[in-house]
Design a protein around this ligand. Sequence first.
Ligand SMILES: CC(C)(COP(=O)(O)OP(=O)(O)OC[C@H]1O[C@@H](n2cnc3c(N)ncnc32)[C@H](O)[C@@H]1OP(=O)(O)O)[C@@H](O)C(=O)NCCC(=O)NCCS
Length: 342
Amino acid sequence: MAKIKPSKGAPYARILGVGGYRPTRVVPNEVILETIDSSDEWIRSRSGIETRHWASPEETVAAMSIEASGKAIADAGIDAAQIGAVVVSTVSHFAQTPAIATEIADKLGTDKAAAFDISAGCAGFGYGLTLAKGMIVEGSAEYVLVIGVERLSDLTDLEDRATAFLFGDGAGAVVVGPSQEPAIGPTVWGSEGDKSETIKQTYSWDRFGGDLAELPRDSKGTLKLPAITQEGQAVFRWAVFEMAKVAQQALDAAGISADDLDVFIPHQANVRIIDSMVKTLKLPEHVTVARDIRTTGNTSAASIPLAMERLLATGEAKSGDTALVIGFGAGLVFAATVVTLP
Ligand SMILES: CC(C)(COP(=O)(O)OP(=O)(O)OC[C@H]1O[C@@H](n2cnc3c(N)ncnc32)[C@H](O)[C@@H]1OP(=O)(O)O)[C@@H](O)C(=O)NCCC(=O)NCCS
């Protein structure tokens, strides 16, 4: 048997830079009320959302990713040509193939970086971060760009009372690179496919190959595209009870306690879920908690890097802070880890 040379990477990995892009159009709750029977007060009190951003036709998945990535690369102080891999987490890039990551890698000016998409819903950022860390420590890339990007407005049924107000669009990106110190803790992740029906698409794209008369129509008779639908209460309960445990496991795996934390950046799904996790985890007063959902809505894979970028930009968090991040959603899937902020 031939002796194969082992690959050799950096001792550890860390997030070196972060960037975000929020679409120009800000959509207040009043706009949502044009298509569902609800109230601004109900939406604010039940979800925490006041406004969200919706992308224009020009603010494509690729365009938003490139904007966010450009900022992350500049923040990391590296050149795009040094990036060895581009990982894009999204559920709202509408072409099955090729992966949108290749176009983004090319337009950013990487030197033929490996590029691929992953589908891990609202846990996508944590999944991508875990892959990036692995690549850097294993040695297949020195720097990895991880992008979470969504145009969930394309997948929202504006007549569905249970979801119309929830989702937003945007892109968040981080550059992950080598480190001499551990700066990304062990990931606690997994899936619960027995609950896959709780968040799903209303129907699959291949139905367009069949009888269009069977597909759902809006109140004006126009064909409704597939949209995200969910059993809100079931997902809410799962998030509140199970995800606090996963968050605690990530703290334990990193060998730190809640007292050691500076920042908590949970997936931005509902402000009541965030508040409940803060309580269950007994996070002390000094821990800064991301509540970006108020003005960004739920942007799935983009929510954690967008919230991270905003906390750093506003000075609520600072470089070197210790942050617990946790994503969870469609699948159901989850991923939590402790990171040092860039
Ligand atoms: C969607 C969500 C905000 C709904 O909040 P909720 O408190 O669970 O609301 P419920 O579905 O239990 O409905 C409560 C009441 O409000 C009503 N209601 C539902 N949607 C409403 C709306 N948009 N406006 C006003 N009332 C509404 C219901 O009809 C119900 O009325 P009833 O008590 O008279 O029967 C909440 O379930 C949630 O955030 N779930 C998790 C979302 C999530 O994390 N998704 C994951 C994607 S990653």
